[in-house]
Design a protein around this ligand. Structure first.
Ligand code: AHM
Ligand code: MG
Length: 335
């Protein structure tokens, strides 16, 4: 048997080794179809009439873009009636979304950020979709509480990056594989098998405009990075900030780096524990990064070990190349 060359070949190879995963793999196909539809819409941009604000806020008080809502609807349409999901939850919906009456209920719970990096939509910058799949452990209709499982329980995590090329990147707990979308043939082609995050890096990603609000460990680390090769870290650093977690994490999966969206003083004053959401941003990206050999942490605990308390819970995020994440975690322990 030749090496798998498309997403469907890859899923078929996984099925031969894991026959019990048939429904899970079918769900990943459904997710891929949703991502294909979104990749086409994002590529058309203004020609598809998808740019601009929707004129309403989501449950988290954020202004929604038209594409946030369209992407959420596309995900529901592509997954709700297939009999693979028991329920859905997303950044754009207040509570979990129950499967319509009459539709068969599947074994899995799907959480997603339908359009991550919303502020990039109107400027033709990188955006993406992030998703996480866990098992629904009872046969009853799910409640919000059923979604509150730690990241360690994810059976699949992934994202689709909409950028100069669209790429689906997934893990089933056995490494990370990246597929590039061929828009002409409507197929995801395996182009990045076995993605790895290098242990060492000299590239960091953080929104430095918020530096006055950071806590001491992050202030110390970034000041040491910008001190360059004559500073305590003894090397020069580069900085990148895509404004889209999918764009930044994809770069780190390709060439290493450290991504940080830390807790800061403004969040604490607002009673928030971070900006990024645990269930559909930090957990799936954390699983991908760890499956690729990196580390995903809050500064005080591993992301995948957190027991969630709320659907839209926020957490500080520090993830990427092992050496630098370990360094930032050690600064949290010592300051
Ligand atoms: P979103 O899901 O509403 O788009 O918000 C999440 C995004 C991340 O993709 C990105 O890392 C971050 O917010 C950017 O935030 P900021 O604009 O504060 O730099
Ligand atoms: Mg997001």
């Amino acid at each position: 048997m030749a090496d798998p060359s498309t997403l469907q070949d890859f899923l078929a190879a996984h099925l031969r080794a894991h026959p019990n995963d048939e429904q899970l793999l079918a769900l990943i196909s459904d997710v891929a179809v949703a991502c294909e539809k979104l990749a086409d819409l994002v590529r058309l941009g203004e020609l598809a009439g998808v740019l601009g604000a929707a004129g309403q806020e989501n449950v988290q008080g954020e202004q929604q873009k038209k594409l946030d809502i369209i992407a959420n609807d596309v995900f529901i349409e592509c997954t709700e009636h297939t009999g693979r999901v028991a329920g859905l939850a997303s950044e754009e919906m207040d509570n979990h979304y129950p499967i319509s009456d009459g539709s068969p209920r599947g074994r899995y719970l799907l959480t997603f950020d339908p359009l991550d990096g919303s502020s990039n939509i109107d400027v033709n910058g990188a955006t993406g979709t992030i998703f996480s799949i866990i098992e629904h452990v009872t046969s009853a209709a799910p409640t919000d509480e059923d979604f509150l499982q730690s990241g360690a329980k994810q059976v699949c995590a992934g994202y689709c990056l909409y950028s100069s090329a669209s790429m689906l990147v997934i893990t089933l707990g056995d490494g990370v594989a990246g597929f590039t979308f061929n828009h002409h043939e409507g197929v995801f082609v395996l182009t990045h098998p076995n993605m790895q995050v290098p242990e060492a890096t000299n590239e960091f990603a953080i929104n430095a405009a918020y530096s006055e609000h950071w806590q001491a460990p992050v202030k110390r680390y970034i000041s040491e990075c910008v001190a360059g090769k004559d500073g305590p870290l003894g090397k020069s650093f580069n900085m990148r900030w895509a404004g889209s977690m999918v764009g930044d994490i994809h770069r780190i999966l390709c060439r290493g780096g450290i991504f940080m969206y830390p807790l800061d003083a403004r969040m604490m004053a607002d009673g928030k524990q971070g900006k990024l959401r645990l269930l559909y941003e930090a957990n799936p990206m954390g699983m991908l990064i760890e499956q690729a050999g990196g580390v995903a942490h809050t500064g005080t605990s591993p992301i995948l070990s957190i027991e969630p308390e709320q659907l839209h819970q926020r957490v500080p995020v520090i993830m990427g190349s092992r050496e630098e994440v370990d360094r930032v975690v050690s600064y949290h322990a010592s300051l």
